[in-house]
Design a binder for this molecule. Structure first.
Ligand code: NAD
Length: 357
């Protein structure tokens, strides 16, 4: 679409949004109109989390108007979440809302109108979902339903749902592609994500809502969740504490750098193919657990103390994304292989740790 065509099709409220925004970042907005089809009012749920806070920064930089919905729960230290969004908090509306409360979720939409929702809020993490399946169900399934319903009632045009590689469960067909028939998930977390996808496809079918489900493959980078292996291992090896290695170290993961996931998610804002679609966002490169540990040891210059434990129920032996569909239809173009991304994560970790000392 050319700039001239964009201008001709932008409705009045979009035009006023451009003018609003131009008071804040005048030069930037003029530049960004040529890059994105138009500027939107976007609600990012889970916007204070790891992926959400990066996305909010990118959306604001592109000139969009952004609101955050997050309950700042204590799955990990809520102060980390407040720090994640400290730099952007003056440019966003922040709704402290628990999505399990349908009335509270609906109320956000009475206060503001959104064209797009990027739904990242969830209880994440495979192992805790085995311990607290009801909490995961209430947040990830009921919470998603509450949001879809509010979106339907208020005419939200586009809904982007953060799904997960975990939906592939025991699939042995590698790399995982979006058209695989999925029959067995391994954890309540994975089951809630596949349920979320089905709710999304149903709402898209019934109410002509455009919905894109993005299956993220283990995301890492600055601000990574502290419970995830790369962050946890780095923290413990750095502190001279033992790390738990589940299994013989041969499990493999497709680790995806945060900038690549954000590029794919931004691309989904402009996707105008099928009304409902699913895309893998991974790096399509797998790293063995023992190689991950060795890479962290090398980057930190410290040896890990290994606490060898049996494989964990719920863990997948392997994840690997077929990203050809996302490349073709979204223009997804991951640019940070693990060998480049891990040192960037370690640099961030060391800077953050030294600042806290
Ligand atoms: N990080 C990964 O490797 C990865 C991989 C696959 C999928 N995902 C998905 O991506 C999304 C973001 O993951 P993340 O790693 O940034 O996690 P995160 O925990 O850092 O962010 C999730 C945010 O959602 C908020 N939240 C949780 N429950 C809520 C509720 N009931 N109401 C309102 N807010 C709530 C949390 O406070 C948090 O800020 C999640 O949906 C996750 O399942 C992440």
């Amino acid at each position: 679409m050319t700039n001239v065509e964009q201008t001709a099709t932008v409705p009045f409220d979009h035009l006023s949004l451009v003018i609003d925004s131009s008071f804040r970042h005048s030069d930037f907005v003029i530049l960004s109109i040529g890059v994105y089809s138009w500027l939107m009012r976007i609600l990012v749920t889970g916007g204070a989390g790891f992926i959400g806070s990066h996305l909010v920064e990118k959306l604001l930089a592109a000139g969009h108007k952004v609101a955050i919905l997050d309950d700042f729960n204590d799955f990990y230290d809520p102060q980390v979440k407040r720090d994640n969004i400290a730099a952007v908090s003056k440019d966003t509306a922040i709704h402290h809302v628990d999505l399990r409360d349908s009335a509270a979720a609906r109320n956000v939409f009475h206060r503001e109108k959104f064209e797009t929702i990027v739904h990242l809020a969830a209880r994440a993490g495979v192992r805790p979902s085995i311990q607290y399946p009801q909490l995961y169900y209430d947040t990830n399934v009921s919470g998603t339903l509450h949001l879809l319903d509010a979106a339907r009632v208020t005419g939200v045009e586009r809904f982007i749902f953060a799904s997960s590689s975990s939906v592939y469960g025991i699939s042995k067909t590698v790399p995982f592609s979006e058209d695989q028939h999925l029959t067995q998930t391994l954890s309540p977390y994975a089951a809630t994500k596949i349920a979320g996808e089905f709710l999304c496809s149903t709402f898209s079918h019934l109410y002509q809502m455009r919905v894109v489900a993005l299956r993220y493959f283990t995301v890492y980078g600055p601000r990574q969740r502290p419970d995830l292996a790369i962050h946890q291992f780095t923290r413990r090896i750095y502190a001279g504490q033992p790390i738990d290695q589940f299994g013989d170290g041969t499990t493999r993961r497709d680790y995806t750098y945060i900038d690549d996931v954000i590029q794919g998610t931004m691309a989904a804002l402009d996707y105008d193919g099928s009304p409902f679609d699913i895309f893998n966002l991974g790096e399509s490169e797998t790293i063995q657990l023992k190689d991950l540990i060795a890479a962290i040891e090398k980057a930190l210059g410290k040896k890990a103390k290994l606490n060898r434990l049996p494989e964990q129920p719920g863990d997948m032996p392997l994840t690997c994304a077929d990203i050809s569909k996302a490349r073709k239809l979204l223009g997804y173009n991951p640019a940070t292989p693990f060998r480049d991304g891990l040192p960037r994560f370690i640099d961030w970790f060391l800077r953050m740790t030294h600042r806290q000392l």
